[in-house]
Design a binder for this molecule. Structure first.
Ligand SMILES: Cc1ncc(C[n+]2csc(CCOP(=O)(O)OP(=O)(O)O)c2C)c(N)n1
Ligand code: SF4
Length: 529
């Protein structure tokens, strides 16, 4: 192996390289920590990559590529998988003619997310096969394999990573001479396979279950799952992802069964492993996914205490689980609470809302930090795009005086992600007191590291493209009043306009436009170029 084929890569970089070498024709996704760097790296390495407005659209584009016999990568964070779920559950039925790999990055411990759901549980419900790499080498190898297996079985494959896998650097060995070119695309008409009306979907569901059964047989003998013999027969640990390495460090003498292909779970092989040990436990980040399935299959493994489902895994936690030490506490890092940057335009956008005593139905982005002290200017935040619907719900039921104080605040990227349908609801079912939506447009997707979006007029690689005008869209959809202010320079004018519109029963959308401070220099450079 030559030196140039060994690189220190993060899991995300390894996935990007794996996709490139697998001959991926198009990478598409929506940013979200800890998955964002995958597509950026894929593009940097020369791959064809694009940001979609949201994860569902990204998955739709990727499915189109796979229907056309080519190969696609789609990336998202765990909550993005919820957005795309409608497509995935039925794409598992229809199957594909090419290859489609979805990388879904989970965030156990919620370093930068609103929940810590486990993608494996959702994939299991949808009948979607899951691979789980445990380091960057496996992130590279499993990505390449996922493309092969997806094409072999004719189904989208999920590559589930977690924060440590995505962001830790480990050595990756690869052989560039084995890299494939993107396959030639072709479309063959097969209406019953791809038009999922009930008459076609019923046999498609049977086909999916048969495919999963066949895949399970294949997985029982696959080398994606590895077994390390223990010293003696006291303890056996069944583990996946990064937890497998922590298990090995915490109990070097234990036997380890590392699961790399976790849906369909190779229960028979695991049962044979478990039989060799007096005591068997399961170590996994997130839900007791494997624990539940293995116990349901009658394996003699220990119950996993509820405590171990919260947060990330590390060696100390692995030791505590082995010892059954329920008193164990993960050390709390003394970090400064997150704050908006000094001089951030969002600070200026929220000041008038606080002064006017608004009830703010908020959304997700840098501006969510306006909920923190000293601004304390946001009252709700649940998931992307929810600000508009939640604001409307409150307007519908609150007494007149309170209803007139409700505004929805949403960022520019979030507006295109899932705010447009909220606007449709607002026009279709307007509250009797009207409503006001404020789009805090800082010309970028700041929270995840300054990605482009359909409102910036630039593509993923920052080259120019069509730009969607938020005010024109709102006007075209039927919002009576649209206006634009600079929140820093026109603060007084904005406040006056807002307070006037809150008194009417009309629908209003206000765009507050001032670039993110951190992005300003880049934006100026791109404008000049
Ligand atoms: C479904 C989903 N996808 C992705 C994310 C990650 N994420 C949170 S906010 C955000 C976009 C923020 O951009 P914008 O609305 O423009 O606000 P800004 O951060 O620029 O203020 C993203 C991608 C998420 N929380 N949920
Ligand atoms: S990154 Fe930009 S949008 Fe986010 S807090 Fe800093 S200045 Fe504001």
């Amino acid at each position: 192996m030559s030196e140039k084929n060994r690189k220190l890569l993060s899991g995300n970089e390894a996935v990007a390289l794996g996709a490139l070498h697998a001959g991926c024709a198009l990478g598409v996704g929506y940013p979200g920590t800890p998955s964002t760097e995958i597509l950026e790296t894929f593009s940097f390495l020369g791959g064809n990559a694009e940001w979609a407005p949201n994860e569902k659209v990204a998955a739709e584009v990727a499915l189109g590529v796979a229907f056309a016999e080519s190969s696609s990568l789609v990336t998202m964070k765990h909550v993005g998988f919820n957005v795309a779920q409608d497509l995935f559950f039925t794409a598992a039925y229809s199957g594909i003619q090419g290859a489609m790999v979805a990388v879904v990055a989970d965030d156990p411990g919620m370093a930068s997310s609103q929940n810590e759901q486990d993608t494996r549980s959702l994939a299991f419900a949808g009948g979607l096969p899951v691979l789980e790499p445990s380091d960057s080498q496996e992130a590279y190898d499993f990505t390449r394999l996922a493309f092969e297996l997806s094409r072999k079985w004719g189904i989208p494959f999920i590559l589930r990573t977690t924060t440590r896998i995505a962001h830790s650097n480990t050595v990756v060995e690869f052989d560039e001479s084995t890299a494939s070119k993107p396959p030639r695309a072709n479309f063959n008409r097969d209406i019953p396979a791809r038009v999922m009306v009930p008459g076609h979907a019923r046999p498609a569901h049977l086909r999916l279950r048969k495919k999963l059964a066949d895949m399970l047989e294949w997985n029982e003998n696959s080398n994606l799952n590895t077994e390390i013999d223990g010293v003696g027969n006291e303890l056996g640990i069944i583990a996946s992802g990064v937890a497998a390495h922590h298990a090995r460090d915490a109990a070097p003498d234990a036997g380890i069964f590392r699961v790399g292909f976790s849906n369909p779970l190779p229960v028979r092989s695991i049962a044979a492993f478990a039989k060799k040990y007096k005591r068997c436990i399961v170590m996994e980040e997130g839900d007791p996914y494997m624990t539940t399935l293995l116990k349901a299959a009658g394996l003699n493994i220990e119950d996993r205490a509820e405590k171990w489902r919260f947060g990330e895994m590390n060696v100390d936690k692995a030791r505590a689980q082995i010892a059954g030490n329920l008193e164990f506490q993960m050390p709390v890092l003394k970090a400064r609470p997150p704050q908006l940057c000094k001089g951030c335009p969002h600070v200026f956008s929220f000041a008038p809302l606080v002064e006017l005593g608004c009830i703010v139905a908020g959304d997700i982005g840098c501006y969510t930090l306006a909920a923190m002290k000293p601004i304390s200017g946001m009252d709700t935040q649940i998931c992307m795009g929810a600000s508009i619907g939640m604001g409307l719900g409150m307007r519908h039921v609150l007494p007149d005086e309170q209803a007139r104080k409700v505004v929805s605040v949403i960022g520019d990227s979030t507006f295109f992600h899932s705010g447009l349908t909220g606007i449709a609801e607002m026009v279709y079912n307007p509250p009797s007191t009207g409503h006001v939506v404020i789009v805090v447009d800082n010309s970028t997707t700041a929270m995840t590291g300054q990605q482009e979006n359909p409102g910036t007029g630039r593509k993923l690689d920052h080259s120019p493209t069509n730009k969607i005008d938020i005010l024109a869209v709102a006007k075209a959809m039927g919002i009576a009043n649209v206006a634009e202010f600079n929140p820093v320079r026109d603060s007084a004018k904005f406040k006056e306009y807002l307070s006037e519109k809150l008194k009417t029963n009309e629908l209003t959308l206000i765009a507050l436009r001032q670039p993110c401070l951190l992005a300003a220099a880049n934006l100026a450079k791109m404008k000049k170029a």
